[in-house]
Write a protein that binds this ligand. Structure first.
Ligand code: SF4
Ligand code: SF4
Length: 65
């Protein structure tokens, strides 16, 4: 079984603003003291976070090459 596509993040551009956390319907993204994390087991690949990130740090790996 192939895994769902989950977004990848360019950590050099992310400022941990938290917008992606707020738009994720699956609560897959967390921001804690040690940084940003996306749980691929929770992500449903909806793309909300990719669309909402004000710094455009998130994308699906198979897009925008
Ligand atoms: S919305 Fe973008 S810049 Fe903000 S925490 Fe999420 S990935 Fe980082
Ligand atoms: S793609 Fe959707 S489910 Fe996955 S982390 Fe982004 S907002 Fe959450």
């Amino acid at each position: 079984m192939e895994a769902l596509k989950v977004p990848v993040r360019d950590g050099s551009k992310c400022d941990l603003c938290g917008v992606c956390v707020g738009v994720c319907p699956a609560d897959a993204i967390t921001i804690e003291l040690d940084g940003w994390d996306l749980d691929p087991g929770l992500c449903i690949g909806c793309g909300n976070c990719v669309a909402a990130c004000p710094y455009r740090t998130l994308r699906f790996e198979d897009e925008g090459k």
